[in-house]
Design a protein around this ligand. Structure first.
Ligand code: 6PG
Length: 471
């Protein structure tokens, strides 16, 4: 008896895995899935009824039903589970089969798995997949890195299932080893930054402008039709108008202000620190999630310290909305600039040989940070292939210049009122520091030399100097 063989396999049939597989099947490929959770297998078989998709219960059956070279994606929680699934698969696979890890794995783990599987003649692609459950179903942005020959094999499938922008698929081969997961991690770092910036803009409109959720929703909707057009601005408009099912009011108002995190933003900050690349807006976003977690302490401190009562009161009107829009646009540019700068430096340090224009191109659709701005970012990296920090381009220079005054105004208003805008202020400070020909770090060098003989350089002579400072 001959069985139908399937083109593409998925291990991990949670909502992401199931949706991705249904997307593969929609596009005409025979799709097969498995999961240790019986209910997830059942859900796939129900949702995929009438489609060329099937869920099976054992890995043995799963592997036997895939055409070779087998193309197996894992969408399981990052960490030890990935290693466990790989170990279970190995005895069942043949030389040249392909494993695609589609989770948010740490790039160090991906490097290790890539080398380990190479020794076993299994081709490995550490692959970032962005777009959440909806993206997985309708077309995500996909960032595969690792074995290039494996990419060539899976390319027709991934190009078909990926989101499209003007017909251009939001997937490209990112580079060697862990580059795909590294790029996805930085995507998430930028995601953290944009989300926190939007949260701060919402806070300013609410507490300085006294705006209602419905009015803010309409405003975000309007912004989404302009240069801020992006997935995160779009969903913010939806979130602001959502009513609560339990009580009369908006759902947002009853959501606890403690943000959770799975680690990708923190990893972005950690690697940026390791590589010496400043990404303060991403750092601030991670820090704010950390501060938010100390809810009880914050409640105590809010009693201990007197609230700031500005005499100015609420500022109504168009002016504030315009300034917040400009501040958000300014900060969005800075947040992307930091992420792209990190990728540019990592590309050299970690030998990824990244095509940054390609990265910006595949982020234009499908992923959480998709935005109109990415078309301009793509253009900048296409015009200047050696570009590292996009704030140096004429185009972004003009935009940052024209928005700066508004950010200063918003910082003034929030500082006066005791409203924390750590992320937005970090964007402004990053800009001010980078456009400073002279920073006060001569003082830091002097202090280092004073207490530790760490030496310093001079602006008027070459060489390294040390002084016996007068005590
Ligand atoms: C995506 C998202 C996705 C996930 C985040 C959430 O691109 O689709 O980034 O990967 O929703 O990792 O991360 P936190 O739980 O850390 O906010």
């Amino acid at each position: 008896m001959t069985h139908q063989l399937y083109d593409f396999g998925m291990i991990g049939l949670g909502v992401m895995g199931r949706n991705f597989l249904l997307n593969v099947a929609d596009d005409g490929f025979a799709a097969l899935g498995t999961d240790i959770n019986e209910d997830s297998v059942k859900a796939l078989n129900e949702e995929g009824e009438g489609m060329n998709v099937k869920g099976v219960h054992t890995q043995k059956e799963f592997v036997s039903l895939l055409s070779t070279p087998r193309k197996i994606m894992l969408l399981v929680p990052a960490g030890k589970i990935v290693d466990k699934v790989i170990e279970g698969l190995l005895p069942l696979l043949d030389d040249g089969d392909i494993i695609i890890d589609g989770g948010n794995s740490h790039y160090d783990d991906t490097n290790r798995r890539y080398e380990y599987l190479k020794e076993k003649n299994i081709r490995f692609l550490g692959t970032g997949v962005s777009g959440g459950a909806e993206g997985a179903r309708r077309g995500p942005s996909i960032m595969p890195g690792g074995d290039r020959s494996a990419w060539e094999v899976v390319k027709p499938i991934l190009e078909t299932v990926a989101a499209k922008v003007d017909g251009d698929p939001c997937v490209t081969y990112i580079g060697e080893s862990s580059s795909g997961h590294y790029v996805k991690m930085v995507h998430n770092g930028i995601e953290y930054g944009l989300m926190q910036l939007i949260a701060e803009a919402y806070d300013v409109l609410k507490r300085v402008g006294g705006m209602s959720n419905d009015d803010m929703s309409a405003l975000f909707d309007k912004w989404n039709k302009g240069r801020l057009n992006s997935y995160l601005i779009e969903i913010t408009a939806d979130i602001l108008k959502q009513r609560d099912e339990e009580m009369d009011g908006h759902l947002l108002d009853v959501i606890l202000d403690k943000a959770k995190q799975k680690g990708t933003g923190k990893w972005t900050s950690q690697t940026a620190m390791d590589l010496g690349v400043p990404v303060p807006t991403i750092d601030a976003a991670v820090t704010m999630r950390g501060i938010s977690a100390f809810k009880e302490f914050r409640q105590d401190m809010s009693k201990l310290y007197k609230a700031v009562h500005p005499e100015e009161g609420v500022l109504k009107g168009e002016g504030l909305a315009k300034s917040v829009e400009e501040s958000l646009y300014f900060s969005f540019i800075i947040c992307y600039a930091q992420g792209m700068h990190l990728l540019a430096e990592a590309s050299e340090e970690l030998n990824y040989n990244l095509d940054l224009e390609g990265v910006a191109r595949i982020w234009r659709g499908g992923c959480i940070i998709r935005a109109k701005l990415l078309e301009q970012i793509r253009g900048s990296f296409s015009n200047h292939p050696k570009l590292k920090n996009m704030i140096s381009t004429r185009q972004f220079r003009d935009e940052l210049h024209s928005c700066r005054e508004s950010v200063v105004e918003i910082m003034h208003l929030t500082n006066e009122r005791g409203i924390s805008t750590m992320c937005m202020s970090s964007a402004l400070q990053y800009f001010e520091a980078f456009r400073s020909d002279r920073l006060p770090l001569n003082m830091v060098q002097a202090q280092r030399d004073y207490f530790g003989s760490h030496t310093y350089e001079r602006i008027d002579q070459k060489g390294t100097f040390h002084t016996q400072w007068d005590k």
